[in-house]
Design a protein around this ligand. Structure first.
Ligand code: GDG
Length: 744
């Protein structure tokens, strides 16, 4: 059969209803929506098609009505659907198919306009049922910061407005009423086209997916553009030029002029393999981490989400969204018994997410056990807190297998996979056993310990052997790379070359990629309502200098030692009594691991001791907050601090140090007292470096930081800010991915 035959049958069918999106489908994107207009040729083509007998043409777009009216004034007979199905017009006046109250969007539009003010090039568009934040024209280096800020505003608003949802389009963030969708156009067009009609739908973005999914078996769907996500469309054309050429051919066929050969035909979208637990998606990049950026409960289709805060999410979300990648992680749910649940996929989120549940037993043994009571303390150089158990190691192996099985189901064996952290060190080996040939990368967010410590792991050789199945292994610092190479040299038969490790005929690259932050994300002023809470705290300590600590509650962060140093300061430098206040924010973490519960008690005892010994009616020396704050509130606290105490006993990088620097004003910046044993100390050489194991020394350093003259603080801050701006979250992710691609 000639491949054109089925398409000839579609093109000749009567009645035929053609539903097509506009931007990205018939016309290329422009920097601003009003710069993109259909050419007279495209308008003429649609008009000519609509004029043919038995042919109905509807343009189904996200644009507002007035723009549609203007663009299609000459397109007699073409039906219009505006605002993603929220308005439609055949002949006569526009009609709204669903009643919806969208007045709540006014407040959101105002907040987004404030974000857009930071860049002259961003644009907020208020439509009847949605608000759009366009950032296509924003310069590249400002884009991510702006997007992160806009996403944060939208997320907060959505949590209070569940009748609305997020849509992330092509460099457009849109918040829209949930009951307004493009697929509302299908029954409308179908009924009017008459009995026996076939529908032909063309579209390119996520909003077109519900049209594709709602079509009947005799209808045809064509996705226009590169295939970056899984789609309900059955066919694909590579871009607007091909799409218009194809429609011109349909017009010629329907005119019953001598049928010309087709200039281009849609190609089939590969079908998902049968019998798999989840359909293989077309994503070419998969990120895997133990936790997902937001936890979605599969039993909550309304998409109730708990956002996972932290630098990794801020770094990877925008990079993955832009590259059309998929992110796999644990759902946050456990299942009873041994069986693991099927893989869940949500392709409509940005980035697309996939998840597995863990059996309750695995959560205990793999996560609380081997990850957090074995690997975490060894990698952070706490041998006394480390213990190993055979059943926990076996659970770790099983969970790594389960993640690899899910990954293998989700992406093609040639796709790139980027795996994160100490939870998943065995995953590359498990994926290779399943036939994965594409590049596999690992980034370790924690330190890699020195050989004598590493050697305490009973399965250390197996772990290293599995890690050598990656093509690229990334660490925060050259010191960790050196430790890793030393362990490989001692415990594996691999050969250490200058620029790669050679093993089983493959080359493995181990390199430092220091992670960064999105500096702009810490330079925003919070909304007055959000600011009030921190303002109240600040007014309670007014008149004293603020020494600030912010950490997850973890024994690696050295919080009791820091409190002791503060206590020592008050003892040895009594002049500071009544003149300085310490605020310690401790974010609850791993509270079901005994060492963490014990640490919490130790901290609370120390706080009680200092306040009992030194407190006065008018002065509370330490304010201890066991809770988390919003990012903007955190920035507000950072900005108000005279000294940040970032004094972990050991830390892979430590993002709080970088965030504190980014939040300071250049005119009167605070001082950073930073532990030598953080990865951050390698880049932030101009901080005051301190040794958290030496309490007297730390107290002296704190005194020096509190007394540091303005000029010195400014000089140090300028250098530190340059370091923080040099490697950002996004450049980190882009650098790693570029190096991973180079392994292909
Ligand atoms: C691991 C490695 C490495 C904290 N409190 C609140 C809050 N946070 C955010 C901070 C920061 C993040 O959490 C903590 O990051 P750290 O780097 O300081 O520490 P870990 O959680 O231990 O992270 C570490 C990191 O991975 C990245 O590779 O640097 O060495 O241990 O971003 O801002 N965020 C919000 N409210 C809070 O109260 N919103």
């Amino acid at each position: 059969m000639n491949p054109a035959d089925p398409w000839l049958a579609v093109a000749r069918h009567a009645p035929l209803a053609i539903l097509t999106d506009l931007d990205g489908t018939l016309i290329p994107f422009a920097a601003k929506p009003d710069e993109a207009r259909p050419s007279p040729e495209v308008v003429g083509l649609l008009r000519a098609l609509a004029a043919l007998p038995g042919t109905l043409v509807a343009v189904v777009s996200g644009r507002p009505r007035d723009e549609m009216d203007r663009m299609f004034a000459e397109a007699t007979g073409v039906w219009l659907v505006a605002e993603h199905g929220g308005w439609r017009r055949a002949e006569g006046a526009w009609q709204a198919p669903v009643p919806a109250d969208a007045s709540a969007l006014d407040g959101l539009a105002r907040s987004l306009e404030k974000v857009a003010e930071a860049s002259k090039k961003a644009l907020v568009e208020r439509k009847s049922w949605s608000v759009g934040f366009h950032y296509r024209a924003v310069p590249r280096r400002e884009k991510t910061g702006l997007l992160v800020a806009a996403q944060a505003v939208a997320r907060d608003w959505l949590s209070a407005n569940p009748a609305f949802e997020f849509l992330e389009g092509a460099e457009l963030l849109e918040i829209r009423a949930r009951n307004v969708r493009k697929s509302l156009a299908i029954p409308w067009v179908g009924e009017r086209a008459g009995a026996g009609a076939r529908l032909l739908a063309l579209g390119d973005d996520l909003t077109d997916e519900d049209v594709f999914a709602a079509l009947g078996p005799a209808d045809e769907s064509i996705i226009v553009g590169p295939l970056l996500r899984s789609t309900a469309a059955r066919w694909r054309l590579s871009g607007p030029l091909e799409a218009t050429a194809f429609l011109e051919w349909v017009r010629e066929v329907r005119r019953e002029a001598p049928t010309p050969p087709p200039p281009v035909l849609p190609v089939p979208v590969p079908a998902p393999p049968r019998g798999k637990r989840a359909a293989r998606t077309p994503h070419r990049l998969l990120v895997v981490s133990n936790r997902l950026p937001s936890l979605r409960s599969p039993v909550s289709p309304e998409g109730e989400r708990k956002k996972n805060v932290g630098g990794l999410v801020a770094a990877l979300e925008p990079v993955l969204s832009r590259r059309g990648g998929l992110w796999l992680g644990w759902s946050g749910q456990t299942t009873p018994g041994e069986a693991s649940a099927p893989v869940g996929v949500d392709d409509s989120s940005q980035p697309a997410l996939a998840w597995i549940d863990l059996p309750q037993d695995a959560y205990e043994k793999y996560y609380n056990g081997f990850c957090n009571r074995s690997l975490w303390p060894v990698f952070h150089t706490f041998p006394a807190r480390t213990r190993f158990a055979d059943d926990e190691w076996e659970s770790y192996e099983r969970v790594n297998e389960a993640f690899a099985a899910a990954a293998g189901d989700l992406v093609d064996p040639t796709a790139s996979v980027w795996i994160h952290d100490y939870h998943l060190l065995l995953m590359a080996a498990a994926l290779r056993r399943r036939g994965h040939t594409g590049p596999l990368g690992l980034f370790l967010h924690v330190p890699f310990p020195a050989l004598d410590l590493y050697s305490t792991i009973p399965w250390g050789e197996q772990l290293l052997d599995a890690m050598l199945e990656f093509d690229l292994v990334g660490f925060h610092t050259p010191g960790y790379v050196k430790n890793f190479r030393e362990a490989v040299g001692a415990l594996s038969p691999a050969r250490l070359g200058d620029d790669a490790i050679e093993h089983r005929g493959r080359r493995i690259r181990a390199r430092a990629f220091p992670i960064g932050i999105v500096p702009e994300g810490f330079q925003e002023t919070p909304e007055p309502e959000t600011a009030a809470e921190v303002a109240a705290l600040l007014s309670a300590i007014a008149g004293t200098k603020l020494v600030l600590g912010v950490d997850r509650l973890d024994y690696t962060k050295g919080i009791p030692e820091r409190l002791e140093a503060f206590e020592r300061l008050l003892k040895q430098f009594p002049g500071w009594r009544g003149k300085v206040s310490m605020v310690q924010v401790s974010v609850p973490s791993r509270s079901d691991v005994p060492e963490y519960a014990e640490q919490r008690q130790r901290i609370e005892t120390a706080v009680g001791r200092v306040n009992g010994e030194f407190g006065e009616a008018h002065w509370v020396p330490v304010r201890y907050l066991y809770r988390s704050y919003g990012r903007n509130q955190l920035s507000q606290l950072y900005r108000a601090a005279d000294v940040a105490l970032v004094t972990p006993l050991r830390d892979g990088m430590n993002l709080v140090a970088k965030e504190f620097i980014a939040a300071q004003g250049a005119d009167n910046p605070g001082a950073l007292l930073l532990s030598r044993f953080t990865g951050a100390a390698v880049e932030l050489k101009d901080a005051l470096l301190t040794n958290p194991y030496h309490i007297d020394g730390m107290a002296r350093d704190l005194d020096r930081a509190l007394r540091m003259p303005l000029e010195e603080r400014q000089e140090r801050h300028a250098k530190l800010m340059a370091a923080v701006s040099k490697t950002t979250a996004v450049s980190w992710a882009e650098d790693f991915l570029a190096a991973l691609e180079a392994c292909r």
